[in-house]
Design a protein around this ligand. Sequence first.
Ligand code: CP3
Length: 345
Amino acid sequence: MNPATAESPFIRACRRRPVPHTPVWYMRQAGRSLPEYRAVRADVPMLAACATPDLIVEITMQPVRRYGVDAAIFFSDIVVPLKAIGVDLDIKPGVGPVVAAPIRDEAGLAALRPLEADDVPYVTEAVGALAKELGPTPLIGFAGAPFTLASYLIEGGPSKNHDRTKAMMYGEPARWHALMDRLADITLAFLRVQVQAGASAVQLFDSWVGAVGAEDYREFVMPHSSRIFAGLADLDVPRIHFGVGTGELLGLLGEAGADVVGVDWRIPLDEAARRVGPGRALQGNLDPAILLAPWEVAERRALDVLARGRAAEGHIFNLGHGVLPSTDSGQLARLTDLVHRSTTS
Ligand code: CP3
């Protein structure tokens, strides 16, 4: 990592070192809330954009230019590595990932071959260009965690209750673990490609893992996510782990091997700090819907997040989930300034 990036507030906070101001970035900071995003995406399907280096670079830079956030997040999607190894899937606007032939048996499993760097040349190219263009500003690489990817693959699309996913997990544990193993290999390879091309931190999104309880997390999920974090240790970049509705899992998300635990809006950060324990930083956790209220309301709640974040050994300000598409970009600009003006002592 270049020395100026290593000393940036974002990387310092991830490593629980003192910072001049609380660093801030937003999940889904590049996306439909930005008019400049809607303009460049107008005629380009999502997965086509994710495979076009110039577009990846432009879209990744948009929120950095507009808000001056402390980190960029690589523009891609959690299903990009699956598409790259030949899984027939698409991202439907307003719906999410849809898989043509859901994976529920041995033949489906066999189709999930390992990912090689050559499968995603556009990722290597775009990350390299971004690392140059961003200068000292860190680039966060990311991937979907095995449970969340398994849910899309088994259900065939977004799911509320993850029934079929859990049916395989409980009813066919050997097949479940074989699937999770393959997904962990693919995810680890995808993250390593990004870091080796110049990403200076990674976030593993286990967005839907809040659907399982702690005991099941330990048995059916954690071994696979842990293997991914362990497989990144030699690269020496901060590892962030995030999921939605994971209040009861926060300690385990850290134990899986994360340096930073992402927290959704349901648990105050001081309570999250108790649950996660020492030795890890926290990221979060303003309710994204707060930004749809008048600024004075959002401001009060953001100051509360900052105050509670002081209970953590390091705090990266973020929302508790992604920016909602209807968010006014003026709100995010004011929020970014507010966080930057805050002092951390
Ligand atoms: O955060 C960023 O700015 C980086 C970009 C990013 C996208 N997807 C771009 C995207 C990231 C980090 C993701 C991760 C992702 N994708 C997750 C984990 C994060 C989370 O939100 O929990 C998940 C579960 C997915 C699957 C997915 N892809 C969903 C649920 C959707 C939304 C569908 C919709 O239209 O509402 C997508 C599509 C998607 N990925 C969009 C963006 C900007 C919207 C597509 C568009 O603009 O046309």
